[in-house]
Design a protein around this ligand. Structure first.
Ligand code: NOJ
Length: 770
């Protein structure tokens, strides 16, 4: 069998000799030609040569992905034991594995593919490196609150580095699904509700994972997921159907995916949902018309876990063979855990319902990414025990996680400057979660080690500037939190409350850490109630009755609806699930050693009944201020229309003021409009503000939202300092997609706002004339 490895090595030697000649020629003939185009064509030649050696069965093998032998991130579909999977790898019937991790494991499996198959084609190893591999950075929604593209890119770079050190070369991230529905548990994994911010974050994450050179040993291939519209699952219920109009599809859902393609994302994943009656995993329009043709995507597409086979449950594909045919023809190149490509593609090619050209195209895409990762040069490139020991949980990665955690925290309320904490205050720290070292690792934490996060108790104790008294209060989660089980929340047991109330009575300030368990958001963790689970709301009110000086620190994977807390609690800090360094980051913010600068990437509802709630909605014919004093306008009888906290909102320990908005209207001359404004730090300490620019295209042939984010700048200002900021608007920011997907830029009046949130009121207007 070693002989087969020799065939491929021989082949590669031949190819590389061939390629060198080609490279010299092309460079000489076309001096201006972009170098990557030249490399690309060399690569295509290598891929074609290899493809020419493959049997149909081997080609189909490349299109087949199995999960590893122990870890499952979806339902187990087929009783396939380690032995039969290993035999399939040996027979050249597997192109990729997911959930095999750790250098020793990866090497053992790669060795079978490379040394025991006929052609020795290496496997690509995928894993959900969503916000870290073993060292956890904040959950993606939290990172997005930083509005800091450099920090986000760095966080993905470090996640890639740690994962690559563990033998992995492909992450199923970033998730770029826009969502307006906090009931959907996976909002924790995305960038929130806005397509402009979401597109920039998609780009930063792809760049972070992949770097500039995929063959670099510490970069890994990214996967933009889930194509498309998964974030619009009806009622926020996981895996539910999606029915959205084309305006929302083109203007809200697709832009972050396009940004991921433009940033060079090498792979895409199809989503579980159907979109307007056609499952994404058989959606020709999405994958062929848009992704591969219109956007010219050159990487490959993997299905989501069993999503091909699940089209039978969708009442779309009558059986497995139809499912395989529909998916492959729609452009899904690799089957994750449905087992139907392996079982049926050969037959489908033989009966002519799937063309050989379709198979070849899919295989070429997959092989190309393997070449780009350098796996043909060295299939064990990612397998170094030395790197694994050196990189995983190294100081560089821990420091990156802390930096990201600090930048992710959002200050929601700070009445009477209760924060930062003052020296010599007697402080009670309450809440079961304050002791928890697990929850803040989030849901995507298969590679993390349980109970390794810095808890709030540990974080504050390390500071030891204060006089802390820690009490758990009532228990939070009462069942053992298992990945696959529902969590059981304590709804009745108030043992622990008394000791906590005693501590609160004797304190100057009470810090309460309340919120959700890490496994309460994420995949398959939808909720209908967006309040504090269990007895936490009751506990909060009990403590408030004995001491009102409460700093409520929230830990959660989604926006929560907490109107009582907003009304009554003087200080509220949104600390999400901040990952391994959580306790240290929160302690620094509470003490004022880091001045919070995060801004919400998603609206926080006043009540779950308002959901979906988002700032960039359209106006109605009878908006809320229409016909005031009568009932005939768009409103609720029992709740405001406005969110509890709007998109883009976040305070600082200092205060910023905006003034002097001006517009230089010369679009017809050079195709740009410049908006300037002045921002001033009017407080008494240094701080960082995210200045945001919103526009409204007032009248258009397709109704445009009341506001749309089209620019932002993160600025640090000393106390008393002011700065002029400017934003440039071009047709990219001012145009929109019509319902046929055409990009339009229409003349007319545009309103512009600059300020610190989506409710900014510093306004100007201009007329666009082309
Ligand atoms: C299902 C999830 O939807 C997807 O995001 C993930 O990457 C795969 N499982 C693999 O774990």
């Amino acid at each position: 069998m070693k002989y087969s490895f020799k065939i491929i090595i021989g082949l590669l030697v031949f190819i590389s000799i061939y390629s060198c000649g080609a490279k010299t020629n092309q460079t000489a003939i076309k001096p201006n030609e972009n170098k990557s185009t030249v490399i690309q064509s060399d690569l295509d030649r290598k891929v074609d040569s290899l493809l020419g050696l493959m049997t149909l069965r081997e080609k189909i093998g490349q299109m087949n992905q199995y999960t590893g032998f122990r870890d499952f991130t979806g339902p187990v579909n087929k009783a396939s034991d380690e032995e039969s999977k290993t035999q399939d790898i040996r027979d050249g019937l597997v192109g990729s594995m997911l959930n095999v991790r750790g250098v020793k494991n990866v090497r053992a499996v790669q060795r079978i593919a490379v040394e025991e198959t006929r052609l020795g084609i290496p496997l690509i190893f995928g894993f959900d490196v969503i916000h870290g591999y073993q060292t956890m950075a904040p959950i993606p929604l939290a990172e997005s609150a930083s509005w800091d593209m450099e920090a986000i890119e760095n966080s993905s770079r470090l996640a890639a580095k740690e994962a690559a050190a563990a033998g992995l070369n492909w992450t199923f991230a970033p998730m770029v699904d826009i969502s307006r529905d906090a009931r959907w548990g996976r909002v924790m994994e995305g960038a929130g509700e806005d397509p402009y911010l979401g597109s920039l974050i998609a780009k930063a994450r792809v760049k972070g994972f992949q770097g500039d050179d995929l063959s670099n040993r510490f970069t890994i291939a990214a996967c933009a997921k889930h194509f498309a519209a998964y974030g619009f699952s009806e009622s926020g219920r996981e895996y539910n159907t999606v029915d959205i109009g084309t305006s929302t599809l083109y203007n809200v859902v697709l832009p972050p995916f396009k940004a991921a393609v433009d940033a060079g994302a090498r792979t895409f994943m199809s989503s579980f949902n159907d979109l307007n009656g056609i499952p994404a995993s058989a959606n020709y329009f999405l994958f062929r018309d848009i992704l591969k043709d219109k956007w010219n995507f050159e990487g490959f597409v993997v299905s989501d876990w069993a999503s091909i086979k699940e089209m039978i449950n969708h009442n779309y594909a009558p059986d497995d063979i139809a499912a395989a045919r529909l998916s492959v023809n729609a452009g899904i190149d690799m089957d994750m855990e449905s087992y139907v490509y392996l079982d049926y593609l050969e037959q489908l090619v033989e009966d002519g319902t799937v063309s050989m050209a379709t198979i070849d195209d899919a295989v070429k895409r997959i092989l190309k990414v393997k070449f780009e990762l350098g796996l043909f040069e060295d299939p064990y490139r990612y397998c170094s025990e030395e790197d694994e020991a050196k990189v995983i949980d190294s100081n560089e990665i821990k420091e990156g996680a802390l930096d990201m955690a600090l930048k992710s925290i959002v200050l929601l309320k700070n009445e009477g400057d209760l924060l930062p904490l003052k020296r010599d205050q007697k402080i009670a720290v309450l809440g079961d979660l304050a002791f928890d070292k697990n929850s803040v690792l989030g849901n995507w934490r298969l590679g993390a080690i349980d109970n390794t996060a810095v808890s709030l108790q540990e974080g504050l104790s390390t500071y030891s500037k204060g006089n802390f008294n820690f009490e758990r209060g009532p228990a939070f989660v009462t069942s053992k939190a298992e990945f696959s089980q529902e969590l059981i929340y304590n709804k009745t047991d108030t043992t622990g409350t008394k000791a906590a109330l005693d501590a609160a009575k004797n304190a100057d300030v009470v810090i309460m850490l309340l919120g959700e368990h890490g496994l309460q958001s994420g995949e398959a963790r939808s909720r209908t109630d967006l309040g504090l689970p269990g007895v936490q709301q009751q506990f909060l009110e009990q403590v408030y009755a004995v001491n009102q000086n409460i700093v409520l620190v929230l830990t959660n994977g989604r926006p929560l609806a907490l109107p009582w807390a907003k009304k009554n609690i003087p200080a509220i800090v949104e600390a999400w699930q901040l990952g391994s360094q959580s306790g240290h980051a929160i302690a620094q913010v509470l003490h004022g050693d880091f001045n919070p600068s995060g801004k919400l990437p998603m609206s926080f509802p006043f009540d779950v009944g308002q959901v979906p709630i988002y700032y960039n909605h359209k106006n109605t014919g009878r908006p809320k201020d229409y016909n005031e004093g009568t009932v005939f306008n768009s409103h609720y009888q029992d709740a405001p229309n406005e969110p509890l906290w709007p998109f883009g909102f976040g305070l600082s320990y200092t205060t910023f003021e905006y003034d002097q908005i001006e517009i230089n209207d010369n679009f017809s001359v050079d195709g740009t409009i410049t908006v300037t404004a002045q921002i001033k730090n009017v407080g008494d300490r240094k701080g960082t503000e995210v200045a945001q620019l919103y526009i409204q295209d007032e009248f258009a042939t397709t109704i445009r939202p009341v506001r749309e984010l089209k620019g932002f700048k993160k600025i640090e200002l000393e106390a008393g300092e002011s700065q002029n900021i400017s934003f440039i608007l071009t047709s990219n920011e001012l145009g929109f997609f019509d319902n046929q997907g055409n990009w339009l830029l229409e003349d007319g009046n545009f309103n512009v706002w600059v300020g610190g949130s989506s409710q900014a009121n510093l306004k100007q207007s201009f007329m666009l004339k082309q």
